[in-house]
Design a protein around this ligand. Structure first.
Ligand SMILES: [Zn+2]
Length: 99
C-alpha cells in the first residue's frame, strides 16, 4: 500500500503582532520579554517570558521598532537599547514580497 504524498504536516501558526496575519511559526521572529526586563529576539524559540511574534514584512518591523506595538504585545516597556538591538535583526528588504 503506497501512501501517496499525503503527508499532512502540522505547522504551528502564530499571529504577527503588527499586521495580525497568521503565518507558520517558523517564518515569524519571536521576541521575548525576559524576566530581567530585557526584550530580545528569541532565535532558539525556547526563551522563557512573554513572547510576541513578528512576520518578515519590513513594514511590520518598522512599526514594531517604533515600540508601541511591542509594548502592547509584551505588556512591558521596551528600552531604546533593546529596540536598537532588534533593529539589527530586521529582515532584509527583499523579503518584502515573500508571503
Ligand atoms: Zn506582520
Amino acid at each position: 500500500m503506497a501512501s501517496r504524498q499525503q503527508r499532512r504536516r502540522y505547522v504551528p501558526q502564530r499571529t504577527c503582532v503588527v499586521c495580525r496575519q497568521k503565518t507558520d511559526k517558523r517564518r515569524l521572529t519571536r521576541i521575548v520579554s525576559t524576566s530581567e526586563g530585557r526584550v530580545v529576539v528569541d532565535s532558539s524559540g525556547k526563551l522563557a517570558g512573554r513572547g510576541a511574534y513578528l512576520c518578515e514584512k519590513v513594514s511590520c518591523w518598522e512599526e514594531a521598532l517604533r515600540g508601541s506595538a511591542l509594548k502592547r504585545a509584551l505588556k512591558s516597556d521596551v528600552s531604546r537599547e533593546d529596540l536598537a538591538r532588534l533593529a539589527g535583526r530586521r529582515p532584509a528588504t527583499e523579503n518584502e514580497n515573500a508571503v
